[in-house]
Design a binder for this molecule. Structure first.
Ligand code: ZN
Length: 598
């Protein structure tokens, strides 16, 4: 095991100091009628504590049917086990008693229909309307709802899987997918690199495939696949760019699976097969920073992994930084700067609205799912931009490439990151930035006042036009917005004051047709502004948007905004009643929290 397991992961019952899983082998049947995965998980074990006679695994809502030990010859004998009471955050510890330290255990089990890491969709909830669809989302601690295992990012293991399901559907995993595999309901997979549990992923549905490069393809429902292949056509360019900066792509293929609109996240960096929301398919490739982000995780996150969810900024801050470097190299500095300024502005608004302890890069967490904050992503990236600015791009690029090589296939803590940073960057070029300064970024709230921010003449011009419109010196039609790109519209809408009049919003919509915008990012901001101003003419389209899409980032803030007034709350509840069946369990939980909080 790695030295990193020394810091206890409070979101797992596992005891990796005593024993670790060194390989996982799954044999599962996909049953859409019962909404369950059923079969077995076989764990290979490395025992570290000679006294240990118990294996503790993480589970959530799993039905355990039996546990057996397998000896070196593969002979099985039944083991005693018990399932602890369910903790609302952690699930239930599965305690397996052994009389000797077996090299392997096998657990027979099936999942629950409400498994927090799986979404089961009816044909009506898909684009094609003919076949059901199922997909997993294991990050951060949801793998345990479909596989009994040590569900902590501190432990890494290769895996294999045999999965049977309905004929005519395709099964894909975060492993070696074969685009030419016959749709015979019988699939086998291998992931030979050691990965943490949160990167276990599976999806089953009516999936077509389209190549986008020599080592990349998109998987999507047949009616979506051509659009997705067009949008993601620059994937190979992005891979080559990142390899030039940070060394070889180590995972073989980089495919993208486009999920139904209910997918709760923008993207999930499942190795070899990124899962992505269809809400970035705009038709003009203006939101493909999402692919840059998920691809960047092939280095920051999947290769060098946070040892526990408190340290998530090691995954997301590094990735957000690398994402912006990829966008700059492929789409130019103007777009990269615009994207960072938009993200930084959002972060600075968050700083005002968030208690200081939550703003630290290594916060105390009540739930592992709370780790994914703007602070982990944008403040983390901003720290790396600061290091780049202080040490110069050339030196920092060399440093970062060395960091990825040094910690490749390891799970690390912030302390380990600092222990490597000091001799390899800070002390190497003395006087540029001290360890104390770096620690202040990590352990204090807010963002230091001298944090470097790019300037964008385009965005400055838009801010000036916006002010004139707000002051009534320009009508909306005179905003000169015809050639604004997606990011420029996002920036314009982000900077609107809290309260606009219905007349102002009507003026804006009449000129630029924001209501019903097919661009999900622009629409999000428009509906937020409409909800704040209680602009009723937007409600029909707003409800459609919130019902069609289940991506939390896009819909949850609108619910939160609506919930601030009694009438808005009534409307939000009405929309949710219709939208709920199409939402992922994680989105349901977030919306219910937003609606109950008032
Ligand atoms: Zn990410």
């Amino acid at each position: 095991m790695s030295a990193t397991a020394a810091e206890h992961d409070r979101f797992s019952y596992a005891e990796p100091a005593k024993v670790t899983q060194t390989a996982l082998s799954l044999d599962l049947k996909v049953d859409f009628d019962k909404r369950e995965l059923a079969g077995s998980a076989e764990l290979a074990l490395a025992w570290h504590d000679p006294e240990a006679r118990e294996l503790v695994l993480d589970t959530r809502d799993l039905s355990i049917e039996g546990v057996e030990a397998l000896d070196a010859q593969g002979a099985a004998h039944a083991l005693k086990w018990s399932l602890a009471a369910r903790d609302p955050v952690l699930g239930s510890a599965l305690r397996i008693a052994l009389d000797a330290q077996a090299p392997k255990v096998r657990i027979r089990y099936h999942t629950a229909p409400q498994a927090s890491g799986l979404q089961w969709m009816t044909p009506a909830q898909t684009a094609g309307k003919k076949q059901p669809f199922m997909y997993s989302q294991s990050q951060s601690i949801h793998a345990r709802s479909w596989v009994p295992l040590q569900d902590t990012p501190a432990v890494r293991f290769p895996y294999s899987a045999h999965v049977t399901g309905p004929k005519a559907l395709r099964v894909v995993m975060s492993a070696n997918n074969d685009a030419k595999h016959p749709l015979d309901g019988d699939f086998s997979f291998r992931m030979d690199e050691p990965i943490p549990s949160y990167l276990l992923a599976i999806a089953v549905g009516d999936l077509a495939v389209r190549e986008t490069g020599p080592r990349s393809a998109v998987y999507a429902e047949p009616s979506v696949v051509a659009k997705a292949a067009y949008e993601f056509a620059d994937t190979e360019k992005m891979i080559e760019t990142t390899e030039k900066l940070y060394g070889p792509y180590r995972w073989g293929r980089y495919d993208i699976l486009v999920l139904p609109p209910s997918f709760p996240f923008g993207g999930m960096e499942n190795p070899r097969l990124t899962f992505a929301t269809p809400t970035v398919l705009v038709g003009d490739r203006s939101l493909v920073a999402l692919v840059a982000h998920e691809l960047a995780h092939s280095w920051s996150g999947n290769l060098v992994t946070n040892a526990s969810w408190r340290h998530m900024w090691l995954n997301e801050g590094f990735t957000t930084y690398v994402e912006n470097r990829i966008v700059e190299a492929v789409y130019g500095k103007v777009q990269a700067d615009e994207e960072f300024i938009i993200a930084a502005d959002e972060l600075l608004r968050e700083v005002k609205a968030t208690p200081a302890p939550t703003q630290r890069l290594v916060p105390d967490l009540d739930d592992a799912d709370d780790a994914a904050s703007d602070f982990a992503y944008v403040k983390g990236a901003w720290l790396l931009r600061t290091l780049e600015a202080r040490f110069g791009r050339e030196a920092f690029d060399v440093y970062l490439r060395g960091y990825f090589d040094h910690f490749a296939f390891q799970s690390i803590t912030t302390q380990q990151m600092l222990d490597y940073l000091k001799p390899n960057l800070l002390d190497k070029y003395p006087g540029k930035m001290s360890l104390d300064e770096v620690k202040a970024w990590i352990h204090q709230g807010g963002v230091p006042a001298d944090a470097p921010l790019p300037t964008s003449p385009q965005l400055q011009a838009i801010a000036a036009a916006r002010s004139q419109w707000l002051e009534g010196k320009r009508t909306a039609i005179k905003l000169d917005a015809k050639h604004w790109n997606t990011q420029e519209w996002m920036y314009f809408l982000d900077g609107l004051p809290d309260k606009l009049s219905a007349k102002q919003l009507a003026d804006l919509d009449a000129a630029w047709h924001l209501n019903g915008s097919p661009n999900a990012e622009i629409a999000r901001r428009w509906y937020l502004a409409a909800a704040r101003a209680d602009f009723r003419p937007a409600r029909t389209q707003m409800a459609k948007y919130m019902t069609r899409i289940g991506r939390r980032y896009l819909v949850v803030p609108i619910y939160e905004e609506l919930a601030k007034t009694p009438d808005g709350l009534r409307f939000a509840r009405e929309v949710y009643a219709k939208a709920k069946p199409g939402y992922h369990p994680m989105t349901q939980a977030s919306v219910e929290k937003a609606l109950a909080g008032q």
